[in-house]
Write a new protein. Structure first.
Length: 286
Protein backbone atom coordinates (compact mmCIF):
# COMPACT_ATOMS: atom_id res chain seq x y z
CA UNK A 1 0.00 0.00 0.00
CA UNK A 2 2.81 2.42 0.84
CA UNK A 3 2.86 5.31 3.27
CA UNK A 4 0.95 7.71 1.05
CA UNK A 5 -1.82 5.20 0.48
CA UNK A 6 -2.06 4.56 4.21
CA UNK A 7 -2.36 8.30 4.86
CA UNK A 8 -5.19 8.59 2.32
CA UNK A 9 -6.97 5.66 3.96
CA UNK A 10 -6.50 7.10 7.45
CA UNK A 11 -7.96 10.45 6.39
CA UNK A 12 -10.97 8.65 4.95
CA UNK A 13 -11.48 6.73 8.19
CA UNK A 14 -11.79 9.98 10.09
CA UNK A 15 -14.89 10.82 8.02
CA UNK A 16 -16.20 7.25 7.67
CA UNK A 17 -19.89 6.79 8.47
CA UNK A 18 -20.57 3.36 6.96
CA UNK A 19 -17.60 0.93 6.96
CA UNK A 20 -17.60 -1.30 10.06
CA UNK A 21 -14.96 -3.85 8.97
CA UNK A 22 -11.56 -3.00 7.47
CA UNK A 23 -9.11 -5.65 6.26
CA UNK A 24 -5.72 -4.23 5.27
CA UNK A 25 -3.59 -7.26 6.02
CA UNK A 26 -0.52 -8.11 3.90
CA UNK A 27 0.08 -4.52 2.85
CA UNK A 28 3.60 -3.76 4.12
CA UNK A 29 2.22 -1.23 6.59
CA UNK A 30 4.96 -0.21 9.03
CA UNK A 31 5.02 1.81 12.24
CA UNK A 32 4.89 5.10 10.38
CA UNK A 33 1.74 4.06 8.55
CA UNK A 34 0.18 2.81 11.78
CA UNK A 35 0.74 6.27 13.27
CA UNK A 36 -1.80 7.75 10.86
CA UNK A 37 -4.23 4.85 11.21
CA UNK A 38 -4.11 5.05 14.99
CA UNK A 39 -4.91 8.76 14.94
CA UNK A 40 -7.86 8.04 12.65
CA UNK A 41 -9.15 5.41 15.08
CA UNK A 42 -9.32 8.01 17.83
CA UNK A 43 -11.88 9.92 15.76
CA UNK A 44 -13.67 7.06 14.01
CA UNK A 45 -16.98 6.12 15.63
CA UNK A 46 -18.13 3.29 13.37
CA UNK A 47 -15.29 0.78 12.71
CA UNK A 48 -15.64 -2.35 14.84
CA UNK A 49 -13.23 -4.82 13.17
CA UNK A 50 -9.67 -4.05 12.03
CA UNK A 51 -7.34 -6.59 10.43
CA UNK A 52 -3.65 -5.63 10.28
CA UNK A 53 -2.16 -9.11 10.00
CA UNK A 54 1.04 -9.83 8.09
CA UNK A 55 2.32 -6.28 8.03
CA UNK A 56 5.53 -4.78 9.44
CA UNK A 57 4.28 -3.38 12.73
CA UNK A 58 6.80 -3.23 15.58
CA UNK A 59 6.80 -1.95 19.18
CA UNK A 60 6.42 1.68 18.11
CA UNK A 61 3.38 0.86 16.00
CA UNK A 62 1.92 -1.09 18.90
CA UNK A 63 2.31 2.00 21.08
CA UNK A 64 0.41 4.10 18.53
CA UNK A 65 -2.39 1.54 18.46
CA UNK A 66 -2.43 1.34 22.24
CA UNK A 67 -2.90 5.09 22.50
CA UNK A 68 -5.85 4.89 20.12
CA UNK A 69 -7.41 2.02 22.09
CA UNK A 70 -7.46 4.23 25.16
CA UNK A 71 -9.63 6.71 23.26
CA UNK A 72 -11.60 4.49 20.91
CA UNK A 73 -14.67 2.87 22.49
CA UNK A 74 -16.06 1.31 19.30
CA UNK A 75 -13.51 -1.23 18.03
CA UNK A 76 -14.27 -4.79 19.18
CA UNK A 77 -11.79 -6.89 17.17
CA UNK A 78 -8.12 -6.23 16.42
CA UNK A 79 -6.01 -8.68 14.42
CA UNK A 80 -2.22 -8.18 14.62
CA UNK A 81 -1.30 -11.72 13.59
CA UNK A 82 2.24 -12.08 12.23
CA UNK A 83 3.84 -8.72 12.96
CA UNK A 84 6.91 -7.90 15.07
CA UNK A 85 5.46 -6.48 18.27
CA UNK A 86 7.83 -8.20 20.71
CA UNK A 87 7.57 -7.90 24.48
CA UNK A 88 7.63 -4.11 24.33
CA UNK A 89 4.72 -3.98 21.91
CA UNK A 90 2.78 -6.48 24.00
CA UNK A 91 3.32 -4.26 27.04
CA UNK A 92 1.92 -1.21 25.23
CA UNK A 93 -1.22 -3.10 24.23
CA UNK A 94 -1.60 -4.64 27.68
CA UNK A 95 -1.49 -1.21 29.29
CA UNK A 96 -4.21 -0.03 26.91
CA UNK A 97 -6.41 -3.02 27.75
CA UNK A 98 -6.60 -1.80 31.32
CA UNK A 99 -8.55 1.22 30.07
CA UNK A 100 -10.31 -0.02 26.94
CA UNK A 101 -13.89 -1.16 27.51
CA UNK A 102 -14.96 -2.48 24.10
CA UNK A 103 -12.29 -4.78 22.62
CA UNK A 104 -13.51 -8.39 22.76
CA UNK A 105 -11.05 -10.22 20.49
CA UNK A 106 -7.29 -9.68 20.21
CA UNK A 107 -5.03 -11.70 17.91
CA UNK A 108 -1.31 -11.59 18.75
CA UNK A 109 -0.26 -14.82 17.04
CA UNK A 110 3.36 -14.96 15.83
CA UNK A 111 4.66 -11.70 17.25
CA UNK A 112 7.94 -12.63 18.97
CA UNK A 113 6.31 -12.31 22.39
CA UNK A 114 8.21 -13.90 25.28
CA UNK A 115 7.76 -14.36 29.00
CA UNK A 116 7.84 -10.63 29.74
CA UNK A 117 5.16 -9.87 27.18
CA UNK A 118 3.00 -12.63 28.63
CA UNK A 119 3.51 -11.10 32.08
CA UNK A 120 2.11 -7.73 30.99
CA UNK A 121 -0.83 -9.27 29.16
CA UNK A 122 -1.63 -11.45 32.16
CA UNK A 123 -1.51 -8.42 34.42
CA UNK A 124 -4.04 -6.68 32.17
CA UNK A 125 -6.32 -9.71 32.30
CA UNK A 126 -6.29 -9.59 36.09
CA UNK A 127 -6.72 -5.84 36.50
CA UNK A 128 -9.14 -5.03 33.71
CA UNK A 129 -12.32 -6.73 34.84
CA UNK A 130 -15.51 -6.31 36.80
CA UNK A 131 -15.71 -8.04 40.17
CA UNK A 132 -19.26 -8.89 41.21
CA UNK A 133 -20.20 -9.18 44.87
CA UNK A 134 -23.81 -10.24 45.13
CA UNK A 135 -25.78 -7.74 43.08
CA UNK A 136 -23.28 -4.94 43.62
CA UNK A 137 -20.38 -4.31 41.24
CA UNK A 138 -17.21 -3.42 43.10
CA UNK A 139 -15.06 -1.28 40.80
CA UNK A 140 -12.46 0.16 43.21
CA UNK A 141 -9.42 0.40 40.89
CA UNK A 142 -10.85 -2.04 38.36
CA UNK A 143 -12.49 -1.11 35.07
CA UNK A 144 -14.90 -2.99 32.83
CA UNK A 145 -13.34 -5.99 31.07
CA UNK A 146 -14.74 -7.06 27.73
CA UNK A 147 -11.93 -9.20 26.27
CA UNK A 148 -13.33 -12.68 25.68
CA UNK A 149 -10.90 -14.10 23.10
CA UNK A 150 -7.10 -13.97 23.15
CA UNK A 151 -4.88 -15.57 20.52
CA UNK A 152 -1.23 -15.57 21.59
CA UNK A 153 -0.08 -18.74 19.82
CA UNK A 154 3.21 -19.17 17.93
CA UNK A 155 5.23 -17.05 20.32
CA UNK A 156 7.81 -18.08 22.94
CA UNK A 157 6.25 -17.47 26.33
CA UNK A 158 7.51 -20.78 27.79
CA UNK A 159 6.55 -22.24 31.17
CA UNK A 160 7.10 -18.94 32.96
CA UNK A 161 4.81 -17.07 30.59
CA UNK A 162 2.27 -19.87 30.94
CA UNK A 163 2.38 -19.37 34.70
CA UNK A 164 1.62 -15.66 34.31
CA UNK A 165 -1.39 -16.35 32.09
CA UNK A 166 -2.59 -19.19 34.30
CA UNK A 167 -2.45 -16.97 37.38
CA UNK A 168 -4.55 -14.42 35.52
CA UNK A 169 -7.13 -17.07 34.66
CA UNK A 170 -7.71 -17.71 38.35
CA UNK A 171 -9.07 -14.17 38.68
CA UNK A 172 -10.33 -13.29 35.22
CA UNK A 173 -14.08 -13.77 34.78
CA UNK A 174 -14.62 -12.89 31.12
CA UNK A 175 -12.09 -14.72 28.92
CA UNK A 176 -13.70 -17.71 27.22
CA UNK A 177 -11.18 -18.59 24.48
CA UNK A 178 -7.39 -18.77 24.96
CA UNK A 179 -4.96 -19.99 22.30
CA UNK A 180 -1.40 -20.57 23.52
CA UNK A 181 -0.37 -23.17 20.96
CA UNK A 182 3.27 -23.50 19.86
CA UNK A 183 4.78 -21.58 22.77
CA UNK A 184 7.49 -23.89 24.15
CA UNK A 185 5.25 -24.87 27.06
CA UNK A 186 6.20 -28.06 28.90
CA UNK A 187 4.83 -30.08 31.82
CA UNK A 188 5.41 -27.28 34.30
CA UNK A 189 3.37 -24.88 32.20
CA UNK A 190 0.65 -27.50 31.80
CA UNK A 191 0.52 -27.83 35.59
CA UNK A 192 0.04 -24.07 35.94
CA UNK A 193 -2.89 -24.18 33.52
CA UNK A 194 -4.29 -27.20 35.34
CA UNK A 195 -4.23 -25.26 38.61
CA UNK A 196 -6.02 -22.39 36.89
CA UNK A 197 -8.71 -24.67 35.47
CA UNK A 198 -9.57 -25.82 38.96
CA UNK A 199 -10.47 -22.23 39.85
CA UNK A 200 -11.64 -20.67 36.59
CA UNK A 201 -15.35 -20.93 35.77
CA UNK A 202 -15.60 -19.04 32.48
CA UNK A 203 -12.99 -20.41 30.04
CA UNK A 204 -14.56 -22.77 27.49
CA UNK A 205 -11.72 -23.27 24.99
CA UNK A 206 -8.01 -23.80 25.70
CA UNK A 207 -5.53 -24.67 22.97
CA UNK A 208 -2.13 -26.01 24.04
CA UNK A 209 -1.40 -27.53 20.65
CA UNK A 210 2.18 -27.98 19.43
CA UNK A 211 3.93 -27.59 22.76
CA UNK A 212 6.20 -29.91 24.76
CA UNK A 213 3.68 -31.48 27.14
CA UNK A 214 4.29 -35.13 28.06
CA UNK A 215 2.48 -37.67 30.27
CA UNK A 216 3.19 -35.70 33.43
CA UNK A 217 1.55 -32.56 32.10
CA UNK A 218 -1.37 -34.55 30.72
CA UNK A 219 -1.96 -36.07 34.16
CA UNK A 220 -2.11 -32.61 35.74
CA UNK A 221 -4.64 -31.49 33.14
CA UNK A 222 -6.66 -34.67 33.64
CA UNK A 223 -6.88 -33.99 37.38
CA UNK A 224 -8.11 -30.48 36.63
CA UNK A 225 -10.84 -31.82 34.35
CA UNK A 226 -12.29 -33.70 37.30
CA UNK A 227 -13.12 -30.37 38.93
CA UNK A 228 -13.65 -27.98 36.03
CA UNK A 229 -17.21 -27.91 34.68
CA UNK A 230 -17.00 -25.18 32.06
CA UNK A 231 -14.21 -26.15 29.65
CA UNK A 232 -15.69 -27.66 26.49
CA UNK A 233 -12.67 -27.78 24.16
CA UNK A 234 -9.11 -28.75 25.04
CA UNK A 235 -6.59 -29.06 22.22
CA UNK A 236 -3.45 -31.07 23.02
CA UNK A 237 -2.59 -31.96 19.46
CA UNK A 238 1.10 -32.41 18.55
CA UNK A 239 2.54 -32.74 22.03
CA UNK A 240 4.54 -35.62 23.52
CA UNK A 241 1.76 -37.43 25.36
CA UNK A 242 2.02 -41.21 25.61
CA UNK A 243 -0.24 -44.03 26.76
CA UNK A 244 -0.08 -43.07 30.44
CA UNK A 245 -1.22 -39.53 29.77
CA UNK A 246 -3.93 -40.74 27.40
CA UNK A 247 -5.21 -43.12 30.05
CA UNK A 248 -5.45 -40.39 32.69
CA UNK A 249 -7.26 -38.08 30.29
CA UNK A 250 -9.71 -40.82 29.33
CA UNK A 251 -10.43 -41.61 32.98
CA UNK A 252 -11.02 -37.95 33.71
CA UNK A 253 -13.51 -37.72 30.87
CA UNK A 254 -15.46 -40.66 32.26
CA UNK A 255 -16.09 -38.68 35.44
CA UNK A 256 -16.55 -35.26 33.89
CA UNK A 257 -20.23 -34.37 33.61
CA UNK A 258 -19.53 -31.65 31.06
CA UNK A 259 -19.49 -32.56 27.37
CA UNK A 260 -15.87 -32.32 26.33
CA UNK A 261 -14.16 -32.64 22.98
CA UNK A 262 -10.53 -33.62 23.35
CA UNK A 263 -8.22 -34.38 20.45
CA UNK A 264 -4.56 -35.19 20.60
CA UNK A 265 -1.67 -36.98 18.97
CA UNK A 266 -0.09 -39.65 21.12
CA UNK A 267 3.16 -40.72 19.43
CA UNK A 268 2.26 -42.36 16.09
CA UNK A 269 -1.31 -43.20 17.01
CA UNK A 270 -4.09 -40.69 16.54
CA UNK A 271 -6.84 -40.76 19.15
CA UNK A 272 -10.11 -38.92 18.96
CA UNK A 273 -11.99 -39.02 22.26
CA UNK A 274 -15.55 -37.82 22.57
CA UNK A 275 -17.33 -37.84 25.92
CA UNK A 276 -21.03 -37.20 26.34
CA UNK A 277 -22.32 -37.69 29.90
CA UNK A 278 -22.33 -41.50 29.88
CA UNK A 279 -20.32 -42.82 26.93
CA UNK A 280 -16.68 -42.63 25.99
CA UNK A 281 -15.93 -43.22 22.34
CA UNK A 282 -12.36 -43.86 21.24
CA UNK A 283 -11.08 -44.09 17.70
CA UNK A 284 -7.47 -44.70 16.74
CA UNK A 285 -5.64 -44.76 13.44
CA UNK A 286 -2.35 -46.65 13.31
Amino acid sequence: MGLQGTIYLANTLKQNKTVTTLDIGINQIDDQGVYYLAHALQQNQILIKLNLQLNQIGPQGAEYLANSLRQNQILTRLNLHYNQLGDEGAQHLANALQQNKTLTRLNLIHNQIGEQGAYHIANALQINQVISTGSVFSLIHYSTQTLTTLYIAENRIGDQGAQHLANALQRNQTLIILYVAKNQIGDQGAQHFANALQQNQTLTTLSLKSNQISDQGACHLADALLQNKTLTTLNLKWNQIGDQGACHLANALRQNAVTLFLFSYFHSTIYFIFYTDTLLFGHSIQ
